[in-house]
Design a protein around this ligand. Structure first.
Ligand SMILES: O=C(O)CCC(=O)C(=O)O
Ligand SMILES: [Fe+2]
Length: 382
């Protein structure tokens, strides 16, 4: 169900009334004559940003129609499971060539790789990446040069794995709305102290854009700068979480569906005078989904966007979701934490891994990363 047009018009009207409390007028990059990106990136607000190509923009003029359905064929289907293009195994052996280091972070979930350059992968390597990430859930690649390449190359990578998603509310890169930015700066709105004053924890577990009809699949987050320590991203394995449930409990979940909502995210953007590019969506997805390539099941609910179990009374829905969230987010033995360095790219499969940023660092810092978010198939239980 998407929000009807009249509702959307009200939302936009509200935005105009609220004005620009957080995103000042000068941050509106207009098309054509008003665009002067050179001046914009020199603003004192952005002085601490190292990679000016990725300076955040919030363009109020960007408006998009509701997303349409498309057919997704996962690249993992085409992969050579020996991973010889991705990991450059020596012909006929299980050994990696010199310089490629592969270290599993836990037995079943998460791997760190050094010595593979994602920007240089050929199509066979990219297909293997899709499969490898599906099999490991999260893969941390160090020393990546993608941030120094043309943004067109970043977009092409996104396009390869699915349909690049344009986020309804997050900052983007001028001229490249498919590039999603994580941007934390020392402003009252984003300060860690602000978050900490509202909540005892800064964690916000979610699977990216699960409110879309076809949510994210193989997803990349590339780090540009941030604290020397802290700001790790936590990931939890919802496939392992499913496999730990009793057969009786799995039967209870069979056939259940849940609603996922993007409305609150849009309302949050409106409340701070932010950008809304598209009317928010609410989708219904199975509680257990099957990965199209690995055929493994995972629990597809998350505290960030899931709202209710379809057909359950409120108390029943709240109780079941609370159990599933606790099981996933409090089981440290199915989680990893990814630490970041300039040039780290983490690739994860949003069908399997839920994640959260951590705001445990000094709030005077700029934390800056870009994400590409290819949309995948409509979640399906079978
Ligand atoms: O900032 C982070 O650590 C993660 C942000 C996030 O949730 C994302 O990029 O999908
Ligand atoms: Fe996320």
């Amino acid at each position: 169900m998407s929000i009807p047009d009249q509702e959307y018009a009200k939302v936009i009207e509200n935005l105009k009334i609220k004005g620009n409390s957080f995103v000042e007028q000068e941050l509106d990059i207009q098309e054509g004559q008003a665009l002067n990106f050179e001046e914009y990136i020199q603003k004192p607000r952005f002085a601490k940003i190292k990679n000016k190509k990725y300076v955040p923009v919030w363009n109020r003029k960007d408006k998009y129609e509701p997303l349409t359905e498309f057919q997704h064929v996962d690249r993992g289907h085409f992969a050579d499971p020996s991973f010889k293009s991705l990991l450059s195994k020596k012909a006929g052996t299980q050994d990696y060539i010199d310089g490629v280091q592969v270290r599993n972070l836990t037995p079943k979930f998460g791997t760190e790789i050094n010595g593979v350059q994602l920007s240089a992968l050929d199509d066979a390597g990219k297909d293997e990446l899709a499969l490898y990430v599906a099999q490991r859930g999260v893969v941390v690649f160090r020393n990546q040069d993608l941030k120094d390449k043309r943004i067109e190359q970043v977009e092409a990578l996104s396009n390869y794995f699915g349909r690049p998603h344009i986020h309804p509310t997050s900052p983007t890169v001028v001229g490249h709305p498919e590039v999603f930015l994580v941007y934390h700066e020392n402003s009252p709105e984003s300060a860690v102290s602000g978050i900490a004053s509202r909540s005892t924890s800064t964690l916000t577990w979610h699977s990216d854009v699960s409110y879309e009809k076809q949510p994210a699949g193989t997803t990349f987050l590339a780090y540009l700068q941030g604290p020397s320590v802290g700001g790790d991203t936590l990931y939890a394995d919802t496939q392992e979480a499913y496999e730990r449930l009793s057969p009786e409990f799995c039967k209870r979940l069979e056939g259940l569906e849940a609603t996922h909502s993007g409305v609150e995210q849009v309302n949050g953007a409106l409340a701070r005078g932010g950008v809304v590019r598209r009317a928010p969506t609410v989708s219904t997805h199975p509680v257990v989904r099957t990965h199209p390539v690995t055929k493994r099941h995972s629990i597809y609910v998350n505290p960030g966007f899931t709202r209710a179990i379809v057909g359950y009374k409120k108390e029943e829905s709240d109780a079941l979701l609370k159990f599933l969230y606790d099981h996933i987010t409090k089981s440290g033995d199915l989680q990893i934490r990814a630490s970041w360095e300039e040039g780290t790219i983490v690739v994860w499969d949003n069908r399997r891994a839920v994640h959260t940023a951590t705001y445990d660092f000094d709030d005077v810092l700029t934390r800056h990363a870009f994400r590409i978010t290819p949309q995948a198939e409509k979640p399906s239980e079978k």
